[in-house]
Design a protein around this ligand. Structure first.
Ligand SMILES: Nc1ncnc2c1ncn2[C@@H]1O[C@H](COP(=O)(O)OP(=O)(O)OP(=O)(O)O)[C@@H](O)[C@H]1O
Ligand SMILES: Nc1nc2c(ncn2[C@@H]2O[C@H](COP(=O)(O)O)[C@@H](O)[C@H]2O)c(=O)[nH]1
Length: 274
């Protein structure tokens, strides 16, 4: 969870200034990783990478940094704020293994947080009963999907579960961000990696099951896959769970409402509406 240090009322640069002026004060005693992860869109993974780049040990406190380290950290933070323009917490990717509850959590957010825009993906799979064109997916055939890929209309796309292709329409995401809205992408792990490459400022959230057995129970209990397909997905899930450290934040899906709230908390409020 983000500490209310830099992401709250005070800017990260203010926190640094106070810490450097008063090394014995609250800010000065703050460890650098805690400070970095308090900045919206910087999670534990990004923080570790940044500290490595800045050559600062993880045990260091803000007040205990040497002169050069202070300057490097300050310059980094100033650049981060300038270059990310605050979009990182407005583009949030929710990914995780099969049946962990991504769709359920995203659906909860759709119903309870109308200020968050959910990206509507294109897919080559057929609609399931109750699914609405343009609301759950844009259902397209292979030729149309090929056209979208060739025309560069997709921010990312992937063949999911070795079956159908799914992709995120680029324009809707870019427009929403430009309009100051928060956008949530509920996509698979390959897609999350592609978004990271295309938009490194995006915030990546990994949804975890409470336990492996619970994941199996959810997949089997959902009853939408054959036993053979369930087995195949569980093999993939083992590999996917190992990707958790690539993500900025991890949210355990014990309870749908609580997990949804944690995801929404990572997103910047839409102008004046939350
Ligand atoms: N917190 C929860 N507690 C109990 N059951 C849950 C919870 N979240 C989701 N489920 C159930 O787990 C099953 C899988 O959820 P869901 O279909 O949302 O997963 P998913 O991650 O979108 O899966 P996939 O990637 O395979 O499409 C569903 O039956 C859903 O009702
Ligand atoms: N890489 C992408 N993955 C996506 C996208 N939209 C959905 N998905 C993922 O596909 C699976 C299966 O979804 P389902 O609705 O057929 O059950 C699930 O893991 C989604 O997260 C996308 O645009 N890109």
């Amino acid at each position: 969870m983000k500490a209310d240090i830099a992401g709250g009322a005070r800017s990260p640069l203010d926190v640094l200034r106070v810490a450097y002026e008063a090394p014995e004060g609250v800010e000065g005693r703050l460890r650098v990783p805690e400070f970095l992860t308090s900045i919206p869109a910087i999670g534990a993974t990004k923080s570790a990478r940044i500290m490595q780049d800045l050559e600062i040990a993880t045990s260091k406190r803000l007040g205990g940094l040497g002169r050069l380290q202070r300057r490097r950290l300050r310059e980094f933070v100033a650049e981060w704020i300038a270059s990310h323009g605050g979009t990182g917490d407005r583009l949030v990717v929710l990914a995780g293994p099969t049946a962990v509850g991504k769709g359920t959590v995203a659906g909860y957010i759709r119903r309870h947080h109308p200020d968050v825009r959910l990206s509507v993906s294109a897919t080559t799979r057929a609609p399931r009963p109750g699914e609405v064109e343009g609301e759950h997916y844009f259902f397209v055939d292979d030729a149309e999907f090929d056209r979208m890929v060739d025309a560069g209309e997709l921010l990312e796309w992937a063949t999911v579960h070795n079956a159908y292709r799914y992709g995120t329409p680029r324009r809707a995401v870019e427009r929403a961000i430009a309009a100051g809205d928060s956008v949530l992408l509920e996509i698979d792990i390959q897609g999350a990696r592609s978004v990271r490459r295309a938009m490194p400022e995006a915030t990546l959230v990994f949804l975890l099951p409470p336990t492996w057995d619970e994941l199996v129970r959810r997949l089997v209990g959902r009853g939408t896959e054959s036993p053979a397909e369930q087995q195949r997905r569980l093999e993939t899930a083992k590999v996917e769970l190992a990707a958790v450290d690539e993500f900025d934040h991890q949210v355990v899906n014990h309870d749908v409402g609580e997990a949804a709230q944690k995801v929404v908390d990572l997103m910047r409020p839409r102008k004046g509406r939350r």
